[in-house]
Design a protein around this ligand. Structure first.
Ligand code: ZN
Length: 432
């Protein structure tokens, strides 16, 4: 973080007192929206040496400055996707974040439980350390992480065999790769823990306590019941798939947000969207929002089996919340500053002197069909589209072939009813 002396004097060049201002990159003519500072105003952003050096109108550019045009656009912090699966090649779920970042505006990717104690090193060595992106991990209690989730003939949950819930192995991996680790992950449900949920939950809690890290619990169709999951969560822990239609959902039989869910929020439990394939219901989300229960974090749960729909990417997930009535500025906060707190606030803002991770986005007008993964469709008149992504001061280039490879798309039918990102808006000639 810079001190105040670098804030004023809007044309200040990088390096004190330089007579000829020069930025490596300028984001020109957009509306800067930074939920971390509350700034929302027309300004350019000047970047040098990978850092934000100025936020002011009409910044000077030099002959070598990369000028990113942002007219009619919002300029926001690079997105933080708090629930993804990027252990590509190591798990069938994994997508390659390097191939998908440019078009999605996501500069910080949090992998939630793809790796466990037995294979975290692969995620670190082969994905995290080779990528220019910020990638962090929640480590699965299961020794094998999410290796079992794929196109196998039989469903074998990663904790069907309780011996895989190896606390010491999980803790060892967390300690060995501590700079890359944000927390502990466990998936509760009939197809993941099966009858071992109580024991697995105790073990996951024990590892989180021993490491001093938050616990993220995935909920779906039980057993166990939701109350078991909530009972093990405290301040800073996360419940993901908050709007699941499954039996561990947050609504009671009358469609009301359960009392124990409200109480969990009051004690500081964070509720994460984690859209996923089957884990997000428009109906559940709408009812919760109507009762004032907004998510704490909007995340995609992007993986190889939903990257071609219904999830596609984080901006599409965000668009769904706009369609459900969440104000744009709130939605932006929930994909930047809010998840950035998981990294100690080191990401998700546009502070002077901070790393220049920037997304240039616009609200495209048209007619778009959004799907929730449970078969429900929603039409909306606008969507959030990424115009440019800047990572540590450098513009990321779209590469369709890398994207095609990087998605590592499994053979599965694509739902042709949905509007994919970049797809033509029906009834709108240009999209504007
Ligand atoms: Zn997930």
């Amino acid at each position: 973080m810079s001190d105040d002396s670098s804030v004023d004097g809007g044309r200040r060049a990088p390096g004190d007192g330089s007579p000829s201002p020069h930025f490596d990159l300028v984001v020109r003519g957009g509306t800067v929206l930074d939920p971390a500072s509350g700034v929302r105003r027309r300004a350019d952003i000047g970047v040098a040496d990978g850092l934000v050096r100025a936020i002011d109108p009409d910044l000077p550019v030099g002959p070598t400055t990369d000028v990113v045009s942002a007219s009619e656009c919002l300029v926001v912090p690079g997105f933080v996707d708090a629930h993804t699966h990027v252990y590509w090649g190591g798990t069938p779920l994994g997508v390659d974040p390097d191939a998908l970042a440019a078009e999605s505006g996501v500069t910080t990717w949090i992998d939630t439980g793809s790796a466990g104690g037995g294979n975290l090193e692969g995620l670190v060595r082969h994905v995290i350390e080779r990528s220019p992106l910020t990638i962090k991990a929640f480590v699965h209690l299961s020794y094998v992480g999410l290796v079992p989730v794929g196109l196998t003939e039989t469903v074998f949950g990663e904790l069907f065999d309780p011996r895989l819930g190896d606390e010491r192995a999980c803790l060892r991996a967390i300690e060995a790769f501590a700079p890359h680790v944000l927390g502990v992950k466990i998936r509760l449900g009939a197809t993941t823990t099966g009858p071992n949920a109580p024991r697995a939950l105790r073990s996951a809690r024990a590892v989180a306590d021993a490491s001093g890290l938050p616990l993220m619990v995935h909920v779906a169709d039980g057993p166990p019941p939701l109350e078991d999951a909530l009972a093990s969560l405290g301040r800073g822990d996360l419940l993901t798939h908050v709007f699941t239609p499954g039996t561990m959902g947050i609504l009671d039989g009358a469609g009301r947000v359960r009392d124990d869910v409200w109480r969990a929020r009051e004690r500081g439990v964070l509720f994460d969207v984690g859209h996923g394939s089957l884990s997000f219901s428009f109906d559940v989300a709408r009812r919760a929002l109507e009762q004032g229960f907004a998510p704490d974090i909007i995340s995609s749960d992007l993986h190889a089996f939903n990257v071609d729909g219904p999830v596609f990417d984080l901006p599409t997930t965000l668009t769904k919340f706009l369609a459900l009535g969440v104000p744009l500025d709130d939605a932006i906060r929930l994909v930047t500053t809010a998840p950035g707190r998981l990294l100690g606030g080191a990401r998700g803002g546009l502070a002077l002197g901070g790393r220049a991770d920037i997304a240039v986005v616009r609200l495209e007008q048209g007619s778009f069909t959004l799907g929730d993964g449970c078969g429900a469709l929603l039409e909306h008149h606008e969507r959030l589209t990424v115009v440019a992504t800047v990572l540590a001061g450098k513009r990321l280039r779209f590469d369709p072939e890398a994207r095609r490879q990087g998605k590592r798309k499994p053979e599965r039918p694509v739902d042709g009813r949905l509007t994919p990102p970049g797809g033509a808006a029906r009834g709108s000639p240009s999209g504007a």
